[in-house]
Design a protein around this ligand. Structure first.
Ligand SMILES: Nc1nc2c(ncn2[C@@H]2O[C@H](COP(=O)(O)OP(=O)(O)OP(=O)(O)O)[C@@H](O)[C@H]2O)c(=O)[nH]1
Length: 303
């Protein structure tokens, strides 16, 4: 028997808040490689996780900023977010079985129609554990009458029903080609990446608009200690000296608060004690290294 060709590509998972995107990702990807903290609003599509299915590598991206309240829509940002969906090889629209074709879902479908996407759009009706079979059938028909989905999957992300079928179908739709991320990176980079992402998120929450552009967080050290705790060393890189002060805050209080918040979340995530050490460093021109960050699976630029 000949080996199956390798495949790789991007899958955009879209849906209203609370549809179950994180739950589904965790199911498909496994907790270890799922970057679960994604609340940071950026104009870039973000990699949420990478799943291997046979010889296929499925890179899940999400499109932050897509469905924010209309009044505050920043056109450029929303356009960029849609680009994320349009650039994907496959789009999965996740909806809730008990809520059906809501106004929010309708808005997403209109968006897809307006902008168009060359990629097939799959419908995943989630939370099927909450409704009766006849209702599911009716919803499936209604949705498919509304939009030409390439396929429909009835799933329960929480209970795991239908998730394997969805993942296998996604894998089969990806183009043939080499993997986008080396397998060993998928195996060990993620925890460090998640830890860096958590700190970045706390910085964003704390600094809001003041957050320096060209800021990045890297986990440079990780030591699991015998007492069950972890020592994690991270560096916050900024592009200019002036930015260092913003990140540190008066008497270092910003970094301190960020560190405390990040540590608490890391402890909850890892389930054990964490000693987190943050350093702020200036690294002009880190953008040149953007490709390296891309390779780490944290971000990638649109287009
Ligand atoms: N009953 C049921 N609940 C589910 C299922 N999948 C997800 N949920 C619940 O739905 C809620 C939202 O799930 P999330 O995975 O956080 O949803 P999300 O789409 O990532 O939400 P945002 O992060 O706000 O975009 C959680 O309380 C889940 O436990 C399911 O299959 N059945």
């Amino acid at each position: 028997m000949t080996d199956a060709p390798t495949r790789a590509g991007f899958v955009a998972l879209i849906g209203e808040p609370n549809a179950g995107k994180s739950t589904l990702l965790n199911r498909m990807v496994g907790a270890k490689v799922s970057i679960v903290t994604h609340k940071v609003q950026t104009t870039r599509a973000r990699i949420r996780g990478i799943a291997m299915e046979g010889a296929a590598q499925i890179v899940f991206v999400d499109t932050p900023g897509l469905f924010r309240p209309k009044r505050r829509l920043d056109r450029a940002m929303v356009a960029a977010a849609w680009t994320g969906a349009a650039d994907a090889d496959v789009v999965v629209l996740l909806i809730e079985a008990h809520r059906g074709l809501t106004q929010g879902v309708e808005a997403i479908l209109s968006g897809l129609e307006e902008r168009g996407t060359g990629a097939p759009v799959l419908l995943a009706i989630n939370k099927i554990d909450r409704v009766e079979a006849p209702k599911l059938l009716a919803l499936t028909e209604r949705m498919n009458a509304r939009y030409p989905f390439a396929a429909t999957f009835l799933i329960s992300a929480e209970k795991g029903h239908g998730v394997d079928d969805l993942r296998a179908d996604l894998a089969a739709r990806l183009p043939e080609g080499p993997w986008l991320y080396p397998e060993d990176q998928i195996a060990d980079a993620p925890l460090r990446a998640i830890a860096a992402e958590i700190t970045r998120e706390k910085l964003t929450l704390r600094l809001h608009q003041e957050l320096p552009y060209q800021l990045t967080v890297e986990t440079e050290g990780w030591e699991d200690r015998e007492d069950g705790s972890s020592r994690i060393d991270q560096v916050i890189y900024v592009a200019r000296d002036g930015h260092k002060g913003i990140v540190l805050g008066r008497k270092g209080e910003t970094t301190k608060a960020v560190g405390q918040a990040a540590r608490a979340e890391l402890e909850a995530f890892l389930g054990h004690r964490v000693h987190l050490f943050l350093t702020v460093k200036v690294r002009p021109g880190w953008l040149e290294e953007a490709e390296r960050f891309d390779a780490m699976g944290l971000d990638f630029k649109d287009g």
